[in-house]
Design a protein around this ligand. Structure first.
Ligand code: FAD
Length: 597
């Protein structure tokens, strides 16, 4: 763990791609003759990209290249230690992006972490394993035209990905889970002192205890212990560690390029005058004069995540004509849906002081005590082997008659939630910014996550330079939801509550004061999606149901961008299932068609 003998990925691009000097990166200069070629080129070795590379290269006749801008997650200790996930935010493996000043949030620029590392966000995220409500996927198919992506279509792929290890102290019916997949799912052995009072607080106000929220049951409502992607050695099971094992990386037909950014997708004009995706161009950094190119004889799959996928498509001439022209990018395909339909979850922090012995402040010591580290290193156990998000409750605010009159029901079915409440072990206002100020205090933080926002934002390009960060406008908060009071009820009923810390007088605030507090303190819950959605082209769709980009044959997208509507939960597991399904679809397709030339 400390000094891994094996690190996936080839850092020298000259061994995998053909170098070009002094090219302009303009479509006129799109020479692809006599260059290194592969059957499939996957751009972005993140959550979806690792799954695709691993599954597609199971066919030894298929030459696969995976290109990742970051380096291996095995070399980043904080990525391996589950409890250290928040230390990865604003670190060298984060793109360190932020939104534009959000007008409905007191003009705050919200920090948006995105993993620049093999495994992508699955290597830096909070390790919560959650599938979302079955009705969310049925809604994709029925309401948004994503036929073939309903719950019944995706459920087998959730199982295929998973190797679930049950826990003796939280028994569930294992039938709903997979046992043979590469992704390690478990309950961490360590449980914090927050668990019993949170569950009893929920129970006292009528929230049922549900053994397993990931069962695909109708009505994903209740409080439960959180399942995580942590393996039996207490290490993070990212998409990279799960899918790009040493055996997989030794396959002769799989090449993995690390530390290289794809700067554009090269399209050629076919005999019918239409564009066809043929190759990609990559570079190690903004000031390096050498670019590299590879050709794809079958497909190019963009898996750069919901922020960078639309950016790359636009830099390659695929996007709204007016935006591309404004930035001097030659239009390949006018596709206004690219970068539109951005959706995200917001969380609202609530921090309370709790009775002595029930708080979690001790977990936030600025320096991890050596004995904790040794315990984790040798046995994978103790506090460091846990993601420290231990319990969560999913609720419907509409069932409260007072709320039902105030807000529109945006859930995917009358039985599914619009709110999730999780516990975290920090002063929630500080997440991603500074360490908790007083690590000795007994406190809890609860995050209320708004699961069904109607706010729609966008990803735009700032200019035509692939190394300029994209312009993120989340456009938060054009809906009123009020999960806040429910959290106050939970903590007051928990038997461990002492006083309000943030905000003070939390349960006495008027609606207007709560709204002001939300604008001041709400934060991204790190689930951006929808920016290259499945759907009809005239309805803003970017890809069809085979995840092929409209009007550009042999170009596909597979990542959080393709979700037509944000789900009522965490996004990592659904993306892994989507990638598993696309890999299966492509294996079937490639098995029966002739190689493209
Ligand atoms: C801090 C944080 C906490 C989260 N917590 C959870 C959680 O607990 N549970 C959960 O389910 N979800 C969580 N999420 C969300 C979840 O992790 C993401 O939705 C999901 O992993 C995104 O997968 P993806 O494949 O779409 O993109 P990513 O995993 O981000 O992969 C994109 C990859 O593409 C690479 N890339 C981008 N542009 C280029 C380019 N031009 N050339 C080459 N490579 C490129 C990136 O470096 C990256 O590796 C969290 C996210 C964050 C950021």
């Amino acid at each position: 763990t400390l000094c891994p003998a094996f690190l996936p990925g080839e850092p020298n691009p000259a061994l995998l791609a053909t170098p070009f000097e002094n090219i302009t990166s303009q479509p006129e200069d799109d020479n692809l003759t006599n260059i290194q070629e592969y059957d499939v080129v996957i751009i972005g070795g993140g959550t979806a990209g690792c799954v695709l590379a691993s599954r597609l290269s199971e066919n030894p006749n298929l030459q696969v290249l995976l290109i990742e801008a970051g380096k291996s997650d095995l070399a980043i200790l904080n990525s391996r230690i589950p409890a250290c996930h928040s230390r990865l935010i604003a670190s060298a493996v984060d793109y360190n992006l932020k939104t534009v000043p959000e007008t409905n949030m007191h003009n705050r620029e919200i920090r948006w972490p995105q993993g620049k590392i093999l495994g992508g966000c699955s290597s830096i995220n909070a390790l919560v394993y959650h599938r979302g409500a079955a009705a969310d996927y049925d809604e994709w198919a029925e309401k948004y035209g994503a036929h073939g992506w309903a719950w019944k279509d995706l459920e087998p792929y959730f199982r295929k990905a998973e190797n679930f290890t049950p826990s003796s102290n939280w028994p569930i019916d294992k039938k709903g889970h997979g046992r043979d997949g590469p992704w390690q799912i478990s309950y961490p052995s360590y449980t914090s002192s927050i668990l019993p009072p949170f569950i009893s607080g929920c129970n006292s106000i009528g929230i049922p205890i549900v053994p397993d929220i990931n069962h695909g049951q109708t009505g994903m409502i209740g409080v439960t212990r959180v399942q995580t992607f942590i393996d039996s050695d207490g290490r993070r099971s990212s998409a990279a560690t799960a899918y790009l094992t040493e055996d997989v990386c030794r396959r002769k037909n799989l090449k993995i390029s690390v530390g290289m950014t794809v700067t554009r997708i090269i399209t050629h004009t076919a005999a019918d005058g239409k564009p066809v995706a043929r190759g990609v161009e990559l570079a190690s950094g903004p000031h390096v004069p050498i670019r590299y190119r590879v050709k794809a004889t079958r497909d190019i799959i963009v898996a750069c995540g919901a922020v960078h996928t639309p950016q790359l498509l636009k830099l390659s001439g695929i996007g709204s004509e007016s935006e591309l022209t404004r930035h001097d990018i030659k239009v390949v395909k006018d596709l206004p849906g690219v970068g539109a339909n951005l959706q995200d979850h917001l969380f609202i922090p609530l921090t309370v002081n709790s009775i002595k012995g029930t708080g979690v402040g001790y977990t936030r010591k600025p320096r991890v005590p050596l004995k904790w580290f040794i315990r984790w290193l040798l046995h994978g156990s103790g506090m460091l082997g846990s993601n420290l998000i231990q319990v969560a409750a999913w609720l419907r605010s509409y069932d409260d008659p007072e709320m039902a009159n105030k807000i529109e029901d945006l859930t995917s079915s009358p039985y599914e939630p619009d709110i999730e409440i999780i516990t975290v072990v920090s002063s929630a206002r500080n997440i991603g910014q500074t360490r908790a100020t007083n690590h000795l205090t007994d406190y809890w933080s609860l995050l209320q996550i708004l699961l069904r926002p109607s706010s729609i934002g966008s990803i735009a390009v700032a200019d035509n330079n692939p190394f300029t960060p994209p312009v993120i406008c989340a456009n938060y908060f054009n809906t009123e939801h009020d999960p806040f009071k429910k959290s106050c009820d939970i903590v007051k009923s928990s038997g461990a509550f002492v006083s309000w810390e943030l905000p003070k007088r939390a349960d006495e605030l008027s609606d207007d004061e709560i709204l002001e507090y939300l604008k001041d303190s709400a934060n991204t819950c790190y689930h951006p999606c929808g920016t290259a959605k499945i759907g009809a082209e005239d309805d803003g769709g970017v890809v069809d149901t085979s995840l092929s980009v409209y009007g550009v044959p042999h170009l596909r997208v597979c990542d959080a961008s393709v979700m037509p509507r944000i789900i009522s939960g965490h996004t990592c597991a659904p993306i892994i299932a989507i990638a598993e399904k696309l890999a299966d679809m492509l294996k079937g397709e490639y098995g029966t068609t002739d190689k493209r030339n």
